[in-house]
Design a protein around this ligand. Structure first.
Ligand SMILES: *Cc1c(COP(=O)(O)O)cnc(C)c1O
Length: 476
């Protein structure tokens, strides 16, 4: 079996694939944004070939591309208005191709010093942009925000309870509790579970009318827990809630956390990108006081998934939380002042996650990113305007390009938002979702694609209005 194929064959396959991928990238908007979900047909396609012998390579590639084209919500589509799943930047795609080809193993610094230093550089760049002191910034690339949030919980535990590493939670006499808002991402709740704290140790703090954590409620819950013999160790503020885009009052939460000597983590998986824009970074005021931050480059910065980043200004904490020595790991750099990434994170074998961000920033610069972020915010404002003009009410309050909206005449009509949404998705022309905001089941549309322009926004508003007209007619 010739596992490498031969140069001639490889070149043919590269060239054919390149043409097909470029066609997809250039013509994404001509595809249906969302597919019908025929599970039997999809499984039949997946299982079409017996795997014992293999099939001709070109046929195999065509088969995969057919499945990917026919049976996917096309998140790179300019009419996809969903859950922060962007269109991949072109340099990001090139970077993942380079990474797959070189297949750098980033567990040990000495195997891929260039790749490791690229990630260290990006960590310093982002950490200082968020306002951490340059000499203290540390961090690590992760699979995504969920891993970064789990990293934060583990670091906070190790910071507060020196016995946690060796003796586990069983070795801690106090009862540790952590806090996040009711609108925070569920990966935080799950981090509570995975870490061994348990769900009951994750206090969900109510939000105000703008879906932001109520700082006074946080203070009250902490006081109550202290009286009850609990040990508050971690407060998590969200900067850009997944559903509504709400940004928690970070300065107030920082004051409370500081007063009780708690670790402050800011989950800025999506909204953190605002730090790149001189004007809008004010919305993240106070984030520099966090001990750690979650930021996802695969959300607003549009690099291919997954590219989470955990940042901290406690330079020792990652090593204290994750360092283990292993005899089989490379030792060439043991006398250099470098950190082996595997001693610093949950992952061991590591993919070169940072390259897709590095190459994208090399292409566009942080300034190019700032322009892109401003463009998306403008498109968000345009969408909200168009919707208001058509009689929709916006229920979330955010500068971010996310609209949670509903027809005020139908607030009490059961299933109305779902029915309009299903009609829009069913048309295949756009993808939006449903989310409860301010106690009302709303439609939700988020500008996730830097290529969505005014034409697409107006098209979306028209689609939604037409779907509403149809649903209203069905009701009467
Ligand atoms: C998406 C998101 C996460 C989870 O990140 P993944 O990259 O999906 O693992 C965490 N927090 C917030 C606020 C998010 O929007």
């Amino acid at each position: 079996m010739d596992f490498d194929l031969n140069p001639q064959r490889r070149r043919e396959l590269w060239e054919a694939l390149l043409a097909q991928l470029e066609h997809y990238y250039a013509h994404t908007s001509e595809l249906p944004a969302s597919p019908p979900l025929h599970r039997e047909k999809i499984i039949a396609l997946v299982e079409q070939f017996k795997l014992d012998k293999g099939i001709p390579p070109q046929q195999a590639i065509n088969h995969v591309l057919e499945g990917m084209t026919r049976y996917a919500v096309h998140t790179p589509h300019p009419m996809y208005y969903g859950l922060f799943n962007p269109r991949s930047t072109f340099p990001g795609i090139l970077a993942d191709t380079i990474t797959a080809t070189f297949n750098p193993q980033m567990a040990a610094w000495s195997h891929n010093p260039f790749a490791s230093e690229v990630e260290n550089f990006l960590v310093r760049e982002l950490g200082t942009k968020f306002g951490f002191p340059k000499e203290k910034v540390d961090g690590v690339f992760a699979s995504g925000g969920a891993e970064a949030n789990l990293t934060a919980v583990l670091c906070a535990l190790n910071h507060h309870f020196p016995d946690y590493a060796n003796r586990g939670l069983a070795g801690i006499s106090q009862k540790p509790v952590m806090y996040c808002s009711a609108e925070s991402h569920h990966s935080i709740v799950r981090a509570g579970r995975i870490s061994g704290l348990g769900l009951d140790a994750v206090r969900s703090i109510p939000v105000d009318g703008q879906q932001r954590m109520q700082a006074e409620a946080l203070a009250r819950q902490i006081a109550k827990d202290l009286t009850g013999g609990y040990h508050p160790f971690l407060a998590i503020a969200t900067a850009g809630a997944t559903g509504t885009g709400a940004i928690d009052p970070i300065p107030e939460i920082a004051n409370i956390a500081g007063h009780h000597g708690m670790w402050l983590h800011v989950d800025a998986a999506y909204g953190g990108a605002l730090i790149l824009d001189e004007d809008q970074k004010l919305l993240l005021r106070g984030i520099e006081r966090a001990h750690s931050i979650t930021f996802d480059a695969h959300k607003w910065l549009s690099v291919p998934m997954g590219a989470g980043i955990f940042l901290t200004r406690e330079p020792e904490i990652l090593s204290r939380s994750f360092r283990i020595t292993a005899d089989y790991m490379p030792k060439e750099a043991q006398d250099m002042p470098v950190t082996d990434p595997f001693t610093h994170s949950i992952q061991w074998s590591r993919r070169f996650i940072g390259l897709k961000l590095y190459l994208s920033v090399l292409f566009f610069g942080w300034d190019g990113y700032a322009q892109m972020i401003r463009h998306q915010c403008r498109m968000g404002s345009l969408l909200k305007e168009e919707l208001r003009e058509s009689g929709w009410k916006i229920y979330n309050d955010t500068e971010l390009p996310i609209a949670c909206f509903m027809d005020p005449d139908h607030e009490q009509t059961p299933g109305f938002a779902r029915a309009v949404t299903d009609k829009v998705i069913g048309s295949g022309k756009a993808w939006i979702s449903v989310y409860p905001a301010a106690g009302v089941e709303c439609l939700r549309a988020c500008i996730t694609n830097y290529a969505s322009g005014e034409k697409e926004i107006r098209e979306l508003a028209a689609l939604i209005n037409a779907a509403r007209t149809e649903i209203r007619a069905e009701l009467t």
